[in-house]
Design a protein around this ligand. Structure first.
Ligand SMILES: CC(C)(COP(=O)(O)OP(=O)(O)OC[C@H]1O[C@@H](n2cnc3c(N)ncnc32)[C@H](O)[C@@H]1OP(=O)(O)O)[C@@H](O)C(=O)NCCC(=O)NCCS
Length: 161
C-alpha cells in the first residue's frame, strides 16, 4: 500500500532516491531535514508500506505570498492589489524508476489535499510552484496551473473561493 509520511532520516533512505534532476535529489539528501527542523518547510515522502525505507517520491510545502500583479487579469480583478497568502510547493519529484506510472499525479493530489485541509485554518488563495525546467512546467500546466506574468516558470493554481 502506498502511504504518505513525514520525512524521517531514521526511517527513510534518502541516498537511493533519484528523480533524474540532480538539484531535487541533492535537496532531499542534503537540505530537506535541516529546513524541516528550522520550520522553513514540511517535507513528506511517498513509500510503499512493503518497502518502507525506499522513497518513491517527495514534496516540500511552505507558507508564502504572491503579488497579485503576477496573476492573470481576471483573477487580479477579484483580488486586492497587495500580495495575497498562498502555499508554495517548493519541490516535488517521483523516483525515476517509476516515472509515468501515476506517482506524480498521486503526489500532487496529496499536496492539494494538504493545502485544502490547511486553509480551513489559515487562509491561502493559491498553490504556487517554481518549475525546475520545461518538462516540470508542462506537468503542472497539465493539471491547470497558470504561469505567472513576469516569470512563466512560476505557476499557480487557485484553490477556489
Ligand atoms: C514531473 C514528474 C513529477 C511527473 O511524475 P510521473 O510519475 O512521471 O507522472 P504521472 O505518471 O503521475 O503522470 C500524471 C499525468 O501527468 C502527465 N505528465 C507527466 N509528466 C508530464 C510532463 N512532463 N508534461 C506534461 N504532462 C506530463 C502524464 O501524461 C499524466 O497524464 P494523465 O493523468 O492525463 O494520464 C516526474 O517526471 C519527476 O519527478 N520528474 C523529475 C523531477 C521534476 O521535474 N519535478 C518537478 C520539479 S518542480
Amino acid at each position: 500500500m502506498l502511504e504518505e509520511q513525514l520525512l524521517d532520516p531514521r526511517r527513510h533512505d534518502r541516498q537511493t532516491f533519484t528523480s533524474g534532476v540532480q538539484e531535487l535529489d541533492d535537496y532531499l539528501q542534503r537540505f530537506a531535514i535541516q529546513q524541516s527542523k528550522k520550520g522553513i518547510t514540511v517535507v513528506r515522502v511517498l513509500v510503499d508500506t512493503d518497502t518502507p525505507k525506499t522513497i518513491l517520491g517527495y514534496y516540500s510545502l511552505s507558507a508564502a505570498q504572491v503579488d497579485t500583479i503576477q496573476l492573470d487579469t481576471r483573477t487580479q480583478q477579484k483580488l486586492p492589489r497587495y500580495p495575497v497568502p498562498c502555499f508554495r510547493l517548493g519541490r516535488l519529484a517521483a523516483h525515476s524508476a517509476h516515472h509515468g506510472r501515476g506517482l506524480g499525479r498521486l503526489l500532487l493530489g496529496c499536496v492539494v489535499e494538504r493545502c485544502l485541509e490547511a486553509r480551513k485554518h489559515v487562509a491561502a488563495y493559491a498553490l504556487v510552484v517554481d518549475a525546475k525546467g520545461e518538462p516540470a512546467k508542462a506537468f503542472y500546466e497539465h493539471y491547470g496551473f497558470i504561469p505567472c506574468h513576469d516569470n512563466p516558470m512560476t505557476l499557480y493554481l487557485s484553490l477556489g473561493a
